[in-house]
Write a protein that binds this ligand. Sequence first.
Ligand code: SAM
Ligand code: SF4
Length: 356
Amino acid sequence: MRVSLPLLDSRQATPLEALTGPPEAFRHAPLPTLVDRKGRSISYARLSVTDRCDLRCTYCMPEGGEEEHETQSGLLSATELGRLIRLLAKMGVRRFRLTGGEPLVRKDILELVCAAGEVTEPRGLALAMTTNATRLASFASKFAAAGLGSVNISLDSIDAERFREITRGGSLEKVMLGIDAALAAGLEVKLNSVLLPENLAEVPALVAFAWDRGITPRFIERMPLGLDTEAAPVSMANALAVLGDAFGGLNEPDAHHGPARYVANERGQRIGFITPITEEFCGTCNRLRISSKGDLRACLAWRNATNLRDAMRRGADDHELAWGILQALAQKRDGHAFLDQSEHEHRNVGMSLIGG
Ligand code: SAM
Ligand code: SF4
């Protein structure tokens, strides 16, 4: 079914009841697949399960943590999470990622993974998680049994002291145990590092660490979200210069297939780069995000959101929720405008609150 999408101006989360309800024809039609006004198909959803974290990465969170957190009862429950994943799957989403904050600080994280896995596994859909891995060692095999297929582990340094500084107190040893446990559990593991002045010289060591374990490392340009946003980001070009000195013989970055571009050595071992700053990839963006309190955002950089939690709690049916999702999608902008500091709207809000 084709639906005409209204474009809302609100830049704050909009309660669903404030939006125009679905027209009668929509209520009785099959749910539409998610395609935005620019023709971008939405096949990937990132669902945050908490805005809390056990680390305080310098580029993500203030030293004392965020000032405000959603209450326990305000977080999406396992049942609500499962329902949203089921609905999005019906609307064409094929890949789901649980993230945060740090997902593993949720006491009921296993229940959440089970609820998600119950939807994704029988349908052959991908279920992944992004984690700092400090608590992963005791969960990895249970997650794999519950239907989780892969983990993206954030690792900005393999030097214990530097890791402690960047994360303000994190234990590299625990992360290493988490990585080993994830590999032993048969989860697909990716290692992601944010490029920082502090770890630029360590990029070759991070690559070697990943390759030794059969993992493709990926480096992410830091986005101007949250703190200290004036600092110049370290770019893919900076990292490639360091890598060229260390390894030589790397080929040119390939074309974008999704957000990452890859270089490879002569043995075919790859290194990925995610370049939101120096090479915007918004034109092929296929994702939406839902925060831990149910705010659906079509873009990381803009505040426009539609709250799905409250709609579910007041008894909205699937068509009503789907209509709200379409309205949020109608607000997906062409690009993030990160380089225009006066434009994009999350420069004072860190990833842990938006849902990384
Ligand atoms: N706590 C988990 C973790 O660290 O993997 C999941 C949430 S975290 C917000 C998700 C990812 O966002 C991490 O890889 C983190 O390094 C990245 N991140 C946080 N702030 C960022 C920023 N300003 N620019 C780029 N990546 C950022
Ligand atoms: Fe926590 Fe992840 Fe943010 Fe680090 S990047 S403070 S681990 S949410």
